[in-house]
Ligand binder design. Structure first.
Ligand code: FES
Length: 124
């Protein structure tokens, strides 16, 4: 079973300004993630707010029965999108959702915000 990337499409990076931006950074990041996700075999969906607004851009990586993670403080660029997708593909390949640190894409290091264990009885 594959993993899902849930992308907050209303996030604004700390550099966001109404004077220089015409849409939320989260929309930009979502487009860039979506453009790469199918090729990597992971699913995506958008939500408006993951309640991490002070440290956007935010995403969550989840799969049934596995450890789930939220990651934040991303700038909405191609490098961040690729790192998130690459990490989600590794999450999908893992048995428990725990991806060995040595295999983490460089671009996700320092971006982990929370980890959620699977509900009791739902562990993979
Ligand atoms: S707007 Fe993205 S977490 Fe709240």
């Amino acid at each position: 079973m594959t993993s899902w990337i849930t992308i907050c499409d209303t996030c604004k990076h700390e550099s966001w300004s109404a004077e220089t931006h015409d849409r939320p950074d989260g929309e930009v990041l979502a487009e860039r993630i979506e453009a790469r996700a199918a090729a990597a075999g992971v699913n995506t969906r958008r939500v408006s707010c993951l309640m991490g607004c002070t440290h956007g851009c935010n995403v969550a990586v989840q799969a049934p029965g596995k450890l789930a993670y939220t990651l934040g403080r991303f700038t909405p660029d191609d490098a961040a999108a690729q790192a998130i997708v690459d990490y989600a593909a590794l999450h999908a390949e893992s048995d428990s959702g725990q991806v060995p640190y040595r295999t983490w894409p460089q671009g996700v290091k320092g971006h982990f915000v929370t980890r959620h264990p699977p509900l009791p009885g739902e562990e993979a």
